[in-house]
Write a protein that binds this ligand. Sequence first.
Ligand code: UDP
Length: 314
Amino acid sequence: MRVVVTGGAGFLGSHLCDHLIARGDDVVCIDNFSTGTRSNIAHLRGRQGFTLVEHDVSAYVDVAGAVDAVLHFASPASPVDYTRMPIQTLKAGSLGTHNTLGLAKAKDATFLLASTSEVYGDPLVHPQAEQYWGNVNHLGPRGVYDEAKRFAEAMTMAYCRYHGLDTRIVRVFNTYGPRMRPDDGRVVSNFIVAALADEPITIYGDGAQTRSFCFVDDQVRGIVALLESGEHDPVNIGSSEELTVAELAEIVLEVTGSTSPVRCLPLPADDPKRRCPDAARARELLGWSPSVALREGLGRTAEYFRSLAAPGLG
Ligand code: UDP
């Protein structure tokens, strides 16, 4: 296959590029490096079948030659990033989705949208199944991401129904692993970076809010399984092992052997109180379930952050 991956230099996108190249696909990686980094794809530059195009997908997207699949992963995705870049986030989810759907239609390619558990907002239903419509504050600071992705899903379904485009929608739940930016502001990167530096671990609020964390290799395996399925309706991909943020802090301290103190800071606006996927559709339709245990995945992520701090690296 020849696959276009937008946001291919990002955390998730770069692992997706690795997976596709390893199985023999040609990959056209499109990224504007607003949150992606050149180091994430440095090892792919010059590799047979890998092409990098520096471009912002909120402007018209043109790719020469045949394309079999378009995977739209370009967007700031961490709350700190999308709060810092609200307009770019809205544009990546709206104009970027329209442009990449147009590319897929012109090439008669399969389209896969990277959507998010944020479409459920601060959910009133638990765990979250794909049928749940969500509880999103579109006017709040997180609305720029949540609402852009909700629009992106609606646009994708419209191309599927109206143009007969072969589409997929993956709702990505919290995912972590090597190549997260140390300063991306997410809970896993913040906690590990702080633990390794013996700096205070910052818990927002009382730490009773929950998340479930999926290792990036498992996430990529789920996304590729969805791509290969014929499923047009959204599918959640994420771990069902729910834990509080305070519990995560304890596990990070244990895995890193750190003695960092824990400090409580104010909870950001609209921070979801509970989040955990109902992963039944992923299991039944794709035969997917995560395989990397949390402590193992956190250990591998800590190893990555250690390597960034080593002289001559990162
Ligand atoms: N969080 C925290 N300390 C941090 C960063 C995040 O307590 O240093 C909390 C945040 O308020 C949220 C959870 O951890 O409740 C997950 O945050 P993240 O930014 O990773 O992603 P989200 O799931 O909110 O999109």
